[in-house]
Design a protein around this ligand. Structure first.
Ligand SMILES: *[C@@H]1O[C@H](CO)[C@@H](O)[C@H](O)[C@H]1NC(C)=O
Ligand SMILES: *[C@@H]1O[C@H](CO)[C@@H](O)[C@H](O)[C@H]1NC(C)=O
Ligand SMILES: *[C@@H]1O[C@H](CO)[C@@H](O)[C@H](O)[C@H]1NC(C)=O
Ligand SMILES: *[C@@H]1O[C@H](CO)[C@@H](O)[C@H](O)[C@H]1NC(C)=O
Length: 507
C-alpha cells in the first residue's frame, strides 16, 4: 500500500516537472501564455479580405500546418507590423514560402518569424524587393536547411548575412543584382553543400570570399560578369566537386587559377571569351573528369595544359577557333577517352585536315565510348587545296602515296579525294555558319573544302611540317603559309592579351 503510494507520488512529481518545464519553454517561446494561440489569427485561415498576407496551408487547423505558401499583396507589410505575430498560430511550419505580388511589398527578410518557427526547414521568398541582406538575417536558426531567395532584387550581402546556421545545406540567390562578394558573407555554415549565385551581376570575388565553405560541393556562378579569376578567389573550397562559370566574361585562365579546388571533378567554362589558357591554368586539378570550354575563342591549346588533369574523360571544346588539336596536348589523358562514358567534342572549330589530327582516327578505332565514336564520325575539317585539273585514278595513286608529303602527285590525289567526297558531306548547321563567315573573307579564287575527317584515311592527311617546308626548296604551299601565319599570330595575340591582363592587375 505504502509502496504503491510512493510510486504514485513519484509519477505525479514527474508529470508536474514536465509540465512546468514545458510551460517555461512555451513562455520563452510565446512570451505570454494566457489563451495561448487564441488571440492570434490563424495564418492558414485568414478571413480578413484586406489582409496584406494570405497563406495557403496543407492543414488549416491551428498548430497543425507544416507547409505554408503565403502571398504578400499590394502595399506590402512593415517589418514591425503586428501581423507577423500571427505566425504563432502555426508553430509546426517546416516549409514557408512568400510570393510577393507587388514592388516594395516585402523589403526585408522576415527575421521575426524565422526566430520563432523552430521547425522551419525551408524558407523561400521570391519577387520581393530586398535591397540587402543584413548580418544574421536568419537569426542563427538551428533548423533551417534551405534558403531560397530567387528574384528579389538583392544587391548587397553584408558580412555575416549567412552565418551561424548549423543545418543549412542549400542556398539559392539566383536572379538577383549582386555585384560583388565580400569576405565573411558566408560564415560558420558547416553543412552548406550547394550555393547558387547564377544570374547576378557578380564582377568581383574578394579573395577568400568562400573561405569558410569547406564542405561546399557545388558552386554555381554562371551568368555573371566575371572577367578575371585567380587562385585566391577559391580559397577554402577543398571539397568542391562542381564549379559552374558558364556565361561570364572570362578572357583567359591564368596559372593555378583553380588549384585550391583539390576535389573538383566538373568544371564548366562554356560561353565565356577565353582566348588563352596558361600552361598551368588547370594545375592542381588532379580529380577533374569533366571539362567544358565550348563557345569560347580558343585558338591554341598549350601542350601541357592537361598535365595535371590525369582523370579527364569528358572534354568539350566545341565552337572555338581551334585549327588543330595535337596529340601532345591530350597524351596524358588519351587512354581515358577510350573508356565507356568518355566524350571529346570538337565540332564547330576551324580544324585543318592535316596529319596533326591523325590520332583521332586511332582514337575512333580504339575507343569503347559510343559518344566519342559518334562525335568523331561527324567531325569535319577544312582544307584549302585547289581542285586538280588532271584526272587520276584514286586507287592507283593511293598505292603509291609514299610519305613524301610535299610531292605534287600526292597532293593531287588528296585533292581528287576531296572532289570525290564532296557529295556526302553532312550538314552541320553551327559549323556551316563559321565556314561561310570565313569564306566571305577569302579571295574569290580560293575555295575551301570541308570533309569528314574520318573519311580521309589517316595516311592521306598532309603534314605541313617545318621539316618538309625547309627540306624542299619549293615555294611554300598555300596550306603551309596559312598554317604558319595563323598559328604564330594566334600565339602572339594570346600572349599579348595575357601580358595586358597582368599589367592591368598590377596597376
Ligand atoms: C548570432 O550569433 C552570433 C555569434 O554567436 C552573435 O554575435 C549574434 O548576435 C547572433 N545573432 C542573432 C540574431 O541571434
Ligand atoms: C538541396 O538541393 C538539392 C538539389 O538542388 C536537392 O536534391 C536537395 O534535396 C536539397 N537539400 C535540402 C536539404 O534542401
Ligand atoms: C581503323 O580500323 C580499320 C578497320 O578496322 C583499319 O582499316 C584502319 O587502318 C584503322 N585505322 C587506324 C588509324 O588504326
Ligand atoms: C577527266 O575525266 C573526264 C571524264 O571522266 C573527262 O571527260 C575529262 O576529259 C578528263 N580530264 C582530263 C584532263 O583528262
Amino acid at each position: 500500500m505504502e509502496y504503491k503510494l510512493l510510486i504514485l507520488i513519484i509519477a505525479f512529481a514527474t508529470v508536474k516537472i514536465n509540465l512546468t518545464e514545458s510551460r517555461q519553454n512555451d513562455k520563452r517561446r510565446w512570451k505570454s501564455d494566457k489563451s495561448l494561440y487564441s488571440h492570434y489569427v490563424n495564418i492558414c485561415d485568414i478571413q480578413d479580405r484586406i489582409s496584406k498576407v494570405h497563406c495557403y496551408c496543407e492543414n488549416i487547423k491551428i498548430k497543425t500546418a507544416t507547409k505554408a505558401d503565403c502571398w504578400v499583396f499590394n502595399g506590402g507589410i512593415a517589418e514591425d507590423d503586428p501581423f507577423w505575430s500571427n505566425f504563432y498560430s502555426q508553430p509546426m511550419i517546416e516549409k514557408l514560402s512568400f510570393n510577393v505580388r507587388a514592388d516594395g511589398g516585402l523589403t526585408y527578410i522576415p527575421a521575426k518569424i524565422i526566430v520563432r518557427l523552430e521547425r522551419l526547414l525551408i524558407l523561400n521568398i521570391q519577387y520581393a524587393n530586398i535591397y540587402s541582406i543584413p548580418s544574421f538575417a536568419f537569426t542563427n536558426s538551428t533548423s533551417l536547411r534551405e534558403i531560397m531567395l530567387p528574384k528579389n532584387k538583392i544587391v548587397k550581402l553584408d558580412k555575416m548575412s549567412f552565418a551561424h546556421l548549423i543545418m543549412l545545406s542549400n542556398v539559392s540567390l539566383i536572379d538577383n543584382q549582386i555585384s560583388e562578394l565580400q569576405r565573411d558573407v558566408f560564415y560558420d555554415l558547416p553543412n552548406l553543400q550547394r550555393l547558387f549565385l547564377s544570374k547576378n551581376k557578380i564582377e568581383v570575388l574578394h579573395d577568400g570570399c568562400f573561405k569558410h565553405l569547406n564542405n561546399l560541393i557545388k558552386l554555381d556562378l554562371s551568368s555573371n560578369v566575371l572577367a578575371v579569376i585567380v587562385r585566391e578567389n577559391f580559397q577554402g573550397l577543398s571539397n568542391l566537386i562542381s564549379l559552374d562559370m558558364r556565361n561570364n566574361k572570362l578572357m583567359m585562365i591564368g596559372d593555378l587559377a583553380f588549384t585550391e579546388l583539390w576535389s573538383l571533378q566538373e568544371l564548366y567554362l562554356d560561353s565565356n571569351e577565353i582566348e588563352f589558357i596558361s600552361e598551368r591554368g588547370f594545375g592542381g586539378l588532379t580529380q577533374l573528369r569533366k571539362l567544358s570550354i565550348a563557345d569560347n575563342n580558343l585558338g591554341v591549346i598549350d601542350n601541357n595544359v592537361f598535365g595535371d588533369v590525369k582523370k579527364l574523360n569528358v572534354l568539350d571544346l566545341r565552337n572555338n577557333e581551334l585549327e588543330t588539336l595535337k596529340e601532345e596536348v591530350v597524351q596524358n589523358v588519351i587512354e581515358n577517352f577510350k573508356t565507356n562514358y568518355a566524350l571529346i567534342a570538337l565540332a564547330g572549330n576551324k580544324l585543318n585536315c592535316d596529319c596533326s589530327l591523325s590520332w583521332l582516327h586511332k582514337l575512333s578505332n580504339e575507343t569503347r565510348s559510343r559518344r566519342v565514336k559518334t562525335a568523331l564520325a561527324r567531325l569535319s575539317c577544312i582544307s584549302d587545296i585547289k581542285l586538280p585539273n588532271t584526272n587520276y585514278s584514286k586507287a592507283e595513286k593511293m598505292m603509291d602515296s609514299s610519305h613524301t608529303l610535299n610531292s605534287m602527285a600526292y597532293k593531287k590525289t588528296f585533292e581528287k579525294m576531296y572532289e570525290d567526297g564532296e557529295g556526302n558531306i553532312e550538314d552541320d548547321p553551327v559549323y556551316e555558319d563559321t565556314l561561310q563567315d570565313q569564306e566571305s573573307e577569302l579571295p574569290s579564287n580560293k575555295i575551301e573544302y570541308r570533309r569528314k575527317l574520318l573519311h580521309i584515311p589517316a595516311e592521306m592527311l598532309p603534314c605541313p611540317s617545318k621539316y618538309s617546308f625547309e627540306a624542299s626548296f619549293s615555294p611554300p604551299t598555300q596550306d603551309e603559309v596559312k598554317y604558319y601565319k595563323s598559328s604564330s599570330s594566334k600565339v602572339v595575340t594570346a600572349s599579348l592579351s595575357y601580358m595586358m591582363i597582368i599589367l592591368f592587375n598590377m596597376t
